[in-house]
Each structure stands twice: as C-alpha cells, then as structure tokens.
Design a binder for this molecule. Structure first.
Ligand code: SF4
Length: 360
C-alpha cells in the first residue's frame, strides 16, 4: 500500500511547495546549512539566519577559516552551539579531503562531524539526486499515521525501520522531490498535536489512521526524562556606557559564549552586594528584576535578576569579567538568547528579537 503514495505525493509537491531560499539552487552547501538550522527552528524563523550566514560565509572554505567568535555570532539565537562547531569541523575536513565541495556519496557525507542519516540523506537526494531517504520528525509522523503504527517514534530502532521502508519505495527519479514532499506534507498538512488537515491531504485515500479515525492518537512518543531545573541569579552590572560580561568555560552548556554574570541559586540583595565587593565595584543602586525562564534540551534555567548601577566599570581588578561598551556587546560578542529577559536592560537584543529589530 505504502508504495502507492509516491505518485500523488510528487504531484501534490509540484503544485504546493513553499519557495525557500535554500531550495532554489540545489547548492549542497546551502542545503546542509539550512537542514542543520531547521533541526532546531521553524522555517520562517530560519530564513533570516540562513541568509545572513550565507552572505557572511558564501562558501565552505569561508566556514573552515571563520574565527570562532564570528561563527558563534552568526549562530547567536539559534541555540545548540555545538551544531555550528561541528559545521566548522566538517568544513575543515571538506576542504582538506574534498577540495571544498561536499562529497557526492551518502556514506562519506555521514562520516563528517555533525552529519547524521537525515542530513546526509537530504544533501545526497536534494543536491545530488541520489536515491536515499531523509527521515526527520515530520516523516516519522506521516509514516506512523499512514500505516497506523503505534511504535514509539523516538526509538532509534523505529527510525531505522522507517528509513528502510522509505528506501524501498524511493523513486529512482526525483528522490530529492520525494523526500521534500514527505517533509512538506508533515510540515503543512499532516501537522502535529491533533491539527492534521486530512481533508486536503493528497494521500488520505491510502491512510489507515484516517480511515480508522485514529489520527489523534498518533504518533506515539514516550516521554523523555524530565529536565533538570537550575536556579540562577543574573546580574546586569552597568555604569553609564559599559556593562559587565564574561566568557563561559570552553566545555559544557553554551561553551565559549559570553554571558551576563550570574550566580547559582536565587540570591537576595545582600548576598549580591557581598559578591560585588570582591570586584571592588561601588554599587550606587540595586533593583530586583522580574523572574524569567529559559528551556534547553536537558536543563531549565529558573532565573531572577538584579540591575546594578555602579560608579564606574573602569576599575577592572578581576580577569573573569569584561567591562565592555554596551554598543560593542551586541555587535561583537555572541551572547545566547537565554539572557534576553535581562539583556534588554542594557538595550541589547538577542536571538529572534535582534532579527526583528534589524529588519525594521
Ligand atoms: S490523511 Fe491525515 S493523518 Fe493521514 S497522512 Fe494525510 S494528513 Fe496525515
């Protein structure tokens, strides 16, 4: 039965696909970067990041030699910074081993850092016309409903099974269009959370969950472990022109990025003032700020904050804090979007808000 989805899906895709900047040229580099960005963010949100990244780094060679701080700045707001680090590692290998062009081989693509089955499949099929599957969350959802499968789609064994099935039905002509059609159907029609638009689905006549009215029950995703919750106290330390930032350690969450100084736990004013004494800063005024949350994949930050006006930030005694001109922080230092709620107190925008501002 599932073999019969190929024709109607391709027909539907021809008429209904969205125009996206990375799809227009079939450039493997563009497809690679966009697919990595799309693993964490919606299509609409990815567009400005993608355009800016490609404008700044028009080729894989440019990525390979890009200074780390600039690279992080280009990724700022997308999160999952290890992904861009892996992009650079892979770019270096591509330059050294493949003269700067992504290899036209599914197996070789998968050997590059940060490129798994899905991304390798997307690049190989869309850019090079190689008939291999590209199974992402959208495809897993469509497949589960189409076949009325109650398997847990978060399991690797289930993903492998779906990949094998997609490989079996993959059309030798237009494999890229077929993979994109499946993804697009999942993104636009067979959408999650009980909102599937089955009436406008081109393969509803083949869909078992639609026939049995079990669409709302599928796909099955067993709950992941609960996130760890961490309390933080974020400090916006500023004088008239400068504010304090510091570099995060080279390993761990948000490694190597810059942040507003912060302390573990929810601290009171007295404790914060005591901590500031170590830096010989002279607080003129301290004001508590609203709480904020930021959710990472495994950790959730539960933050409170203070804005502290100090006499002058020139007296730098400790090396782990930098006192930087506020205008320069936004321009030069990659600060993760986790600090958005507090960065706004130095008129600094991060992540999506920054793009909205840049585009105004
Ligand atoms: S009929 Fe509905 S549930 Fe089935 S594939 Fe189409 S949109 Fe998804």
């Amino acid at each position: 039965m599932i073999d019969r989805i190929v024709e109607p899906l391709l027909e539907w895709y021809k008429e209904n696909h969205r125009i996206l900047p990375w799809r227009e040229s079939k450039n493997p580099y563009y497809i690679w970067i966009s697919e990595i960005m799309l693993q964490q963010t919606r299509v609409e949100a990815v567009k400005p990041y993608f355009e800016r990244f490609i404008h700044a780094l028009p080729s894989i060679k440019d990525v390979a030699v890009c200074p780390e701080q600039q690279l992080m700045k280009l990724w700022e707001g997308l999160g999952y910074y290890n992904r861009v680090r892996n992009i650079q590692k892979a770019a270096v290998e591509v330059v050294e081993q493949y003269q700067g062009s992504l290899p036209k081989d599914y197996g070789q693509l998968k050997e590059l850092p940060g490129i798994g089955n899905y991304t390798a499949g997307a690049v190989a099929s869309i850019a090079y016309g190689i008939p291999v599957p590209a199974v992402d969350g959208n495809v897993l959802r469509v497949h589960a409903r189409l076949t009325e499968s109650y398997d847990d789609i978060l399991k690797q064994s289930v993903k492998t099974k779906v990949e094998m099935e997609m490989q079996r039905i993959m059309p030798q002509e237009h494999p890229g269009e077929f993979n994109q059609a499946l993804m697009e159907l999942g993104a636009m029609v067979c959408v999650p959370n009980g909102m599937a638009k089955c009436e406008s689905c081109p393969i509803s006549h083949l869909c078992v969950a639609y026939e049995h009215q079990t669409v709302m029950e599928l796909p099955v995703k067993k709950k992941k472990k609960e996130r760890r919750r961490e309390e933080k106290t974020v400090l916006v330390i500023k004088d008239g022109e400068r504010a304090a930032i510091r570099r995060r350690p080279d390993k761990g969450l948000l490694a190597g990025l810059y942040e507003l100084p912060n302390l573990n736990g929810h601290l009171g004013e007295e404790e914060v003032l005591k901590w500031l004494k170590r830096y010989q800063l002279l607080p003129l005024r301290i004001q508590a700020l609203d709480g904020a949350k930021h959710i990472f994949s495994h950790v959730e930050w539960d933050m409170i904050g203070y804005v502290i006006n100090v006499a002058s930030l020139e007296n730098e005694k400790e090396r782990d804090m930098l006192f930087v001109d506020i205008k320069d922080i936004e321009k030069k230092y990659p600060v993760p979007a986790a600090f958005q709620a507090y960065a706004s107190h130095i008129n600094m925008r991060l992540g999506q808000e920054k793009y909205n501002k840049d585009r105004e």
